[in-house]
Write a protein that binds this ligand. Structure first.
Ligand SMILES: [Zn+2]
Length: 378
């Protein structure tokens, strides 16, 4: 068994501590202790050591998209995001034809079995196609359809080894039966929906337990009509995603939500293929999108995913939303690991957990990423 160790300031047991020595063997953390010096041979971290980020909603990056349905595309996306601090993710699809969606899931499943050098694919997140045309955002309207238990069964059968999430609109035909049928197998998320507060509370009772990119593509919070956002905020257990790019949600609202439901918020990227690429024109499924000033938009101005990375999301929560790093790290690691059903081995720096670690510099640059004990080579 080969042992390696990494030494420095680290986020352990909910706090940032100096002089932490983390010992790794066989992909796992086997020991975490305070040490006065770095033992010889240990890696002295150039920055703070935090648990690897877990992104439960990511479509693409570095010019590739999970909808490309190829091994090369999956490798490019997972590799790119690993360099930005993401060590685990749910490969996220879009509303597409039955055939195209099936091909994408099959490619994700194959890649996850083969492994790779990038972020680990722990789950699939189907974003649509059983969603609201009225709240489609940049999703392909022609591909939106009523819920189909048989279609979903066939998709699940491609990747029974992965965790599954699905974004649905409660008001769409067949969605209630779908949730009730698969609730023990799939984490259902409310999103791309025109449902009001009562409609979303009902969906939580059916078995949904998560909200996709809170505030975006759903009914907002009004004091007389609390909407989907009100249903998320007042829920006791349901979790919610936030796109912390400073464009999708105002920094003050990012701050408010993180302080209101700190154990139930997951930072996501919702990144598309243009993420990590220069400004310009890109494709999002059949749509043309333009990337400029840190946002991806359709020609009519509708936001079309993001060009955010998890590293940048953490930075924004600290620098734009004014939150302490200790409060932000769990939103990027522990909470999403719980959502993805991998919290027994991901999201924390503790013995027995996978050695997924990120070293963040003072300027929030990633100086190193460890993927199950292996340092990502640049
Ligand atoms: Zn998305």
């Amino acid at each position: 068994m080969s042992h390696r160790s990494i030494f420095g300031r680290a986020f352990v047991a909910g706090e940032l501590r100096d002089g932490v020595l983390i010992t790794i063997a066989d992909q796992q953390i086997i020991d975490v202790r305070d040490a006065v010096h770095a033992p010889s041979g240990s890696h002295v971290a150039d920055g703070v050591i935090v648990p690897g980020f877990v992104d439960v909603h990511v479509h693409g990056g570095a010019g590739a998209d999970f909808m490309d349905a190829s091994a090369d595309a999956v490798a490019a996306v997972t590799r790119f995001h690993a360099g930005e601090g993401t060590t685990s993710l749910a490969a996220t699809t879009l509303s597409a034809s039955r055939e195209h969606l099936h091909q994408a899931v099959a490619a994700i499943a194959r890649a996850s079995r083969a492994g790779g050098t990038g972020a680990q694919i722990c789950g699939v997140h189907l974003e649509g196609p059983y969603i609201s045309v009225a709240r489609a955002g940049a999703q392909d309207v022609a591909s939106i359809r009523p819920a189909d238990i048989f279609e979903l069964s066939a998709l699940l059968a491609e990747a029974p080894h992965l965790r599954w999430m699905m974004t649905v609109a409660p008001e769409i035909d067949g969605v209630r039966a779908l949730i009730e049928h698969f609730r023990d197998r799939i984490l259902f998320s409310i999103g791309h929906t025109a449902a009001d507060y009562a409609g979303c509370v009902a969906a939580l009772e059916w078995g949904a337990s998560h909200f996709t990119h809170l505030f975006n593509a759903m009914t907002g919070l009004d004091h007389r009509r609390p909407g989907a956002v009100g249903a998320a905020l007042t829920s006791v257990e349901a979790t919610a995603e936030l796109i912390a790019d400073g464009v999708h949600v105002h920094p003050a609202v990012l701050r408010m939500v993180a302080l209101t439901m700190p154990h139930r918020v997951a930072l996501i990227t919702d990144a598309v293929r243009a993420c990590g690429m220069p400004d310009g024109k890109y494709k999002l499924y059949e749509h043309d999108i333009t990337v400029a000033d840190g946002a991806a938009r359709l020609d009519d101005g509708t936001l079309a995913g993001s060009v955010l990375t998890m590293r940048q999301a953490v930075q924004n929560m600290v620098e734009l939303a004014g939150l302490p790093l200790e409060l932000v790290i769990p939103l990027a690691a522990e909470v999403p690991a719980r959502i993805l059903g991998v919290a027994d081995r991901k999201g924390k720096i503790a013995p027995g957990y996978d050695a997924d670690l990120v070293v963040l510099t003072e300027r929030f640059e990633v100086s190193a990423t460890y993927l199950r004990g292996e340092m990502l080579s640049s």
